[in-house]
Design a binder for this molecule. Structure first.
Ligand code: FE
Length: 369
């Protein structure tokens, strides 16, 4: 078979397999947080290089059509073929660990600095020297040793029922532990990395004792036992099970932009409030990428992450999941801009990994399920 024909056939197969998993996708990131039965990881392709430029093999817990379009654009520009394995973050991490030196994965993409820190701790990542990355990505949004890099940013905010809560009643995460919020606060389980990272940030900013007081105070004020993901908390606010929820911003964006009118109505019924603007700022987190420790195509892996951090790619990459770009040269979408600018917590995200174990202990101590 001629080289060109072979390339064509492989391209065709790739499109076919991608199309097969592009339909009714679960809208949450696959970080192990989803309530549904576990889907098997989707093997897309592990093809040989069709060009001299070679390949880059990606494990990712993101699964958005826009991400895939970007991979195609990267291939167009560089000739490097992107082979994608999609799955839940924790399952892919276990797999990478299990595969050891034999792994095919060159790049790992997942949500939350806490997860990326875990990868590094397990010695599954390698340090990358790239001026492009250190220029495109602010220091606080990447690992201290450049073993992982933030690619999109999200804030963990207070979402409130517009018909029942006036934003002037809201101020800080801490204020939600006060008596007036008794039985009104909706938030997911502490098993979830987003809450672990939130509490890890409070440990850093306010100290362990204050962080524990906060967690205990939220448990006291919960409208119900934690259940479901962030979207379920927002839906419960609109269903009047509680009046406020703590959620990542992109879940609100997803609801507002949903083609399902019921979901869109839920999104329109809530407001986004950035807490702690007069104190230490709103908690932010990232989804990001790392070059794996045993990458066989490390140079291509770096080129790939550099591409995703570029001004060209950043808007699309963030837009696909209603997130904020990390590259300061790129503006967020109109919807995100409409929520306004906000002051962020001023901590290095590396800290979230370092404080994770203590955060888990505190959650246990205060009985946050
Ligand atoms: Fe998520």
């Amino acid at each position: 078979m001629s080289k060109a024909l072979k390339g064509f056939l492989i391209g065709f197969m790739l499109i076919f397999v991608l199309a097969a998993c592009g339909g009714n996708e679960e809208p949450e990131e696959q970080t192990g947080e989803v309530e549904e039965p576990k889907a098997e990881t989707e093997e897309v392709v592990e093809e040989e290089a069709t060009e001299e430029a070679g390949v880059v093999n990606l494990y990712t817990s993101r699964h958005y059509d826009t991400d895939r379009e970007l991979y195609d654009l990267f291939t167009e520009q560089t000739g490097i073929v992107v082979n994608v394995v999609e799955g839940k973050g924790d399952e892919l991490m276990e797999r990478l660990d299990r595969e050891g030196e034999a792994t095919e994965a060159d790049v790992f993409i997942t949500a939350d600095a806490g997860n990326l820190a875990r990868l590094k701790e397990k010695e599954l990542t390698q340090a990358v020297e790239s001026e492009t990355l250190t220029t495109n990505i602010p220091e606080k949004l990447r690992d201290i040793d450049n073993e992982w890099f933030g690619l999109t940013k999200r804030a963990r905010v207070i979402v409130y029922a517009k018909d029942r809560v006036d934003p002037s009643e809201l101020s800080t995460y801490e204020a939600l532990t006060e008596e007036e919020w008794a039985d009104r606060v909706l938030i997911r389980s502490s098993e979830n990395i987003y809450n672990q990272s939130l509490l890890a940030s409070f440990i850093e900013l306010n100290g362990e004792e204050a962080a524990k007081e906060w967690a205990a105070g939220i448990v006291d004020n919960m409208a119900r036992e934690p259940q479901g993901g962030d979207t379920d908390q927002i839906t419960a606010v609109v269903a009047e099970e509680g009046d406020v929820a703590i959620s990542n911003t992109y879940y609100v964006g997803r609801l507002i932009n949903s083609e399902n009118p019921e979901e869109a109505a839920v999104g329109e019924a809530v407001g986004v409030f950035f807490p702690n603007q007069d104190t230490n700022g709103t908690h932010i987190n990232i989804s990001g990428a790392a070059v794996t420790k045993h990458a066989k195509n490390a140079a291509n892996a770096i080129k790939f992450i550099e591409y995703l951090s570029s001004a060209d790619a950043q808007f699309k990459f963030a837009e696909g999941n209603n997130e904020y770009p990390v590259n300061p040269e790129v503006e967020p979408t109109e919807l995100l801009k409409s929520w306004g600018d906000f002051k962020e917590q001023d901590i290095d995200l590396t800290i979230l990994g370092e404080n994770n174990a203590r955060a888990l202990q505190i959650f246990n101590e205060v009985g946050w399920k």
